[in-house]
Design a protein around this ligand. Structure first.
Ligand code: 5GP
Length: 120
């Protein structure tokens, strides 16, 4: 398993409404908002609201309702933001070697431009 969940992380504060975000969509168990430092014309983060650091935590501990809700919201956000026809990238940085900066699971959705083989 990964590190214990630290509920003082930035995304936990966004979920609790203690920090603002530019909301794109929200469901019972998940939230989508614009990345504060966009690396592409479309750069949206989708997070489960629950206390999951990593994909390991989420896939093992989340309820089926949370997993379905999150999976569907990632797809809906791509669809609603015009990413599907031209293609887009979804990416999760996990842990130290994965370059994860915020210890609350998040999927990046990048779109609106050709993305090349990978982002640096
Ligand atoms: P990662 O953990 O996958 O490396 O990236 C974290 C992402 O969260 C970065 O793209 C960064 O710009 C974004 N980010 C960090 N702090 C905030 C914040 O307070 N609000 C928003 N909307 N995005 C943030």
């Amino acid at each position: 398993a990964t590190q214990p969940y630290d509920d003082s992380n930035i995304f936990a504060k966004i979920v609790r409404g203690e920090l603002p975000c530019t909301k794109v969509d929200e469901t019972e168990h998940s939230l989508a908002f614009h990345d504060i430092n966009p690396l592409a014309p479309i750069h949206i983060l989708v997070i489960p609201k629950g206390p999951y650091v990593s994909w390991d935590d989420f896939s093992a501990k989340a309820t089926e309702a949370e997993i379905v809700d999150f999976t569907r919201l990632v797809g809906k956000v791509a669809r609603d933001n015009g990413c599907v026809e031209q293609g887009y990238r979804m990416l999760a940085n996990i842990g130290k070697r994965g370059g994860q900066e915020v210890p609350h699971l998040h999927v990046h959705i990048f779109g609106g431009q050709p993305l090349g083989p990978m982002l640096a």
